[in-house]
Design a protein around this ligand. Structure first.
Ligand code: ADP
Ligand code: TYD
Length: 198
């Protein structure tokens, strides 16, 4: 039976909303769930989050790949322990974020995969979901949600078009389940539950 899942997608695609609903659903079924998010999740990766999202200092894109992989390694340790204890692992973003965002920034995919091989140590998720929404919808949602934008959300529309395309291409080659993120929150939730067979 599946016990681990990531939900991926552009900023504003609805990942956090769905992970919150999924955690509630699993707990109502009497299951325990470890909720992770990236950047963040483990205390170690959380301590890198601010640097990741807001660093004003110039740095090469490969630094982002290395930092996220360093934090991710700590999440994977937590995930492995949780699974041993029959606890679900549900993650808001995971390694595909690096495969997409850092690739769009120009880091060769082969290097990103190599860096992440050290972080993942053979670990992979059972269920892999991409929430796909148009860039206009996603940007509108981020705008509506308000708050200070991080250094990623401040990038222009062209950047997010490239991110969406890269996600769709990756989903195809890696067999992720693509769900239409413009559906209602409830409809998406139901589709995610169907992928879990619980
Ligand atoms: P992400 O974690 O992918 O950035 P969020 O779950 O934070 O996305 O959602 C971004 C915004 O869009 C929030 O204001 C949320 O309430 C809203 N939202 C999420 N899912 C939907 C949906 N299916 N339809 C309309 N609005 C949504
Ligand atoms: P966050 O606010 O956590 O995500 P969201 O807006 O989707 O809720 O922002 C995380 C940002 O960091 C997001 O723009 C993607 C980027 N990112 C990478 O570039 N590489 C990575 O490996 C990860 C995990 C995130």
């Amino acid at each position: 039976m599946a016990r681990s899942i990531f939900i991926e997608g552009t900023d504003g695609s609805g990942k956090s909303t769905q992970l919150g609903l999924l955690k509630e659903y699993l707990e109502n079924k009497g299951e325990k769930a470890l909720a992770l998010r990236e950047p963040g999740g483990s205390n170690y990766y959380e301590s890198l989050r601010d640097l990741y999202l807001h660093s004003p200092h110039e740095h090469p894109a490969v630094s982002d790949a290395l930092i996220s992989a360093a934090g991710r390694a700590a999440n994977i340790e937590l995930a492995k322990r949780a699974l041993e204890d029959n606890i679900w692992v549900i993650s808001d973003r995971a390694y595909p974020s690096s495969f997409v965002y850092q690739a769009v920034q120009g880091v060769p995919l082969i290097d990103i995969k190599d860096i992440n091989r050290h972080a993942l140590q053979g670990f992979d998720y059972d269920v892999k979901i991409l929430l796909d929404v148009s860039v206009d919808v996603a940007m509108d949602r981020v705008e509506q949600a308000g708050g200070k934008k991080d250094r990623w959300e401040s990038k222009g529309k062209e950047f997010f078009i490239a991110i969406r395309e890269k996600y769709l291409a990756l989903a195809k080659t890696e067999n992720y389940t693509v769900i239409d993120g413009s559906l209602s929150v409830e409809a998406i939730h139901q589709q995610i539950i169907e992928c879990l067979s619980i």
